[in-house]
Write a protein that binds this ligand. Structure first.
Ligand code: 13P
Ligand code: SF4
Length: 319
C-alpha cells in the first residue's frame, strides 16, 4: 500500500508537470482507476472516455485501457499528444477484424450500412458509416431499422446478435468475440441464480446469448454500475470483467456483488473475467511513460479524417 501511494504521488506530480489527464476504463486495476479520479481525470465506459478526452483542455492524454481507446482519443483530438501505458494492450475484437478482410467483406455487400463497434482499429473505423459503443449500440440499430437500412455489424457477434434480436434490424454479422465475455456460461449462471434467487443479473452485451437471456439488465459498464445502484435487489450477479467491481461496490456499498461463472463445474476458465490486455495498464508503466515518453499513439492523417466521420456521428447521436 505504501508503494502504491508513492507511485500515485509521483504520477500525480508528473501529470501536473506535463499538463496531462489520465483517462481510465473500468476494467483497469483499481489503483489506476482511483488515480485517474484523484488527479482530475476520469474513469468511464468507452463512450464517456471518448467524450472526456475530446472535451478536456489538457495538452496530453494518457489513456489507460486498450489500443482502440487511445486511437479514438487521437482521432477526436489530433492536436493532443496521446500516450498509453503500453501500445501492446490490444483487444481480441480488434485483432479478429483485420482491415483487409473486413474491407473485402464490406465490398461484397455494397448495399449495406457498415456499423462497427468502437473496439476496432482506426482503419476499420475509416471503412465504416457508424461507430457504436455498447451503451448506444441498440439505439443506433433501432434507428437504422426504422429507416429500413440493411446493416453489416462488426466485429462482436454476441453484441450483434443481441442487437439484432432486440431491434429486428436486417443485419449480417462479422464473426468476432471478446475472449473475456465469451467465457460466461448460461447453464452455470442459471445454477448460480438458484443459489441467489433474489439477485439481479447484470450482463454486458459482449456475453453469449444464453447469458444475455438470463439478464435483468443488459448494458455498457457505466450502465451496469448505474443499474447496481438503482435496482432494489440486495444482491447482483455481474457478468463482465471483474475490474468493474471496484467502482460498482463504491457506487452501491450496501449491495452484495457476485461474479458470474466463467466456466461450468470442473472446467477451467481461460481469462477468468479479467482482460489480459487491460491488466497491462500498471502504475509502473504509467509512471514510465510520463517520465520517458514512447508508447505514443499516431494515426495516419487520411485514415484519421475518414474515421472521424463515423465517430462524430456516434457522439452526435447520443448528444
Ligand atoms: P464499455 O465500457 O463501453 O461497456 O466497453 C466494454 C469493453 O469491452 C471495453 O473493452
Ligand atoms: Fe477487448 Fe474484451 Fe478486453 Fe474489452 S474486455 S478490451 S472487449 S478483449
Amino acid at each position: 500500500e505504501e508503494e502504491v501511494k508513492a507511485y500515485k504521488d509521483r504520477i500525480g506530480a508528473l501529470l501536473k508537470e506535463r499538463n496531462a489527464a489520465l483517462v481510465a476504463h473500468y476494467y483497469c486495476d483499481e489503483h489506476v482507476q482511483a488515480l485517474a479520479e484523484e488527479t482530475g481525470g476520469c474513469v468511464a465506459d468507452s463512450l464517456e472516455m471518448a467524450r472526456f478526452g475530446k472535451n478536456h483542455p489538457a495538452e496530453t492524454l494518457l489513456v489507460a485501457g486498450v489500443k482502440f481507446m487511445g486511437e479514438t482519443a487521437k482521432i477526436l483530438s489530433p492536436e493532443k499528444t496521446v500516450y498509453m501505458p503500453t501500445l501492446d494492450a490490444t483487444c481480441s475484437l480488434d485483432l479478429g477484424c483485420p482491415i483487409k478482410e473486413f474491407s473485402e467483406f464490406c465490398d461484397q455487400h455494397p448495399d449495406r450500412t457498415v456499423v462497427v463497434y468502437a473496439n476496432t482499429s482506426a482503419a476499420v473505423k475509416a471503412r465504416a458509416d457508424w461507430v457504436v459503443t455498447s451503451s448506444i449500440a441498440l439505439q443506433v440499430a433501432e434507428h437504422l431499422a426504422e429507416k429500413g437500412e440493411k446493416v453489416i455489424w462488426a466485429p462482436d457477434k454476441h453484441l450483434g446478435s443481441y442487437v439484432q434480436r432486440m431491434s429486428g434490424a436486417d443485419m449480417i454479422l462479422w464473426d468476432g468475440e471478446c475472449i473475456v465475455h465469451d467465457e460466461f456460461k448460461g447453464k452455470a449462471l442459471a445454477d448460480l441464480k438458484k443459489v441467489y434467487p433474489d439477485a439481479a443479473i447484470l450482463v454486458h452485451p459482449e456475453s453469449p446469448q444464453a447469458v444475455v437471456e438470463l439478464a435483468d439488465v443488459v448494458g455498457s459498464t457505466s450502465q451496469l454500475i448505474k443499474a447496481a445502484t438503482e435496482l432494489p435487489n440486495k444482491q447482483c450477479i455481474v457478468a463482465t470483467d471483474r475490474g468493474i467491481f471496484y467502482k460498482m461496490q463504491q457506487a452501491a456499498p450496501d449491495k452484495e456483488l457476485i461474479a458470474a461463472p466463467t466456466a461450468g463445474e470442473g472446467a477451467t476458465c481461460r481469462s477468468c473475467a479479467n482482460c489480459p490486455w487491460m491488466a497491462m495498464n500498471s502504475l509502473e508503466r504509467i509512471e514510465n511513460v510520463l517520465r520517458n515518453g514512447g508508447e505514443e499513439i499516431f494515426v495516419d492523417e487520411d485514415i484519421r479524417q475518414k474515421a472521424m466521420k463515423p465517430l462524430q456521428r456516434m457522439l452526435d447521436f447520443n448528444a
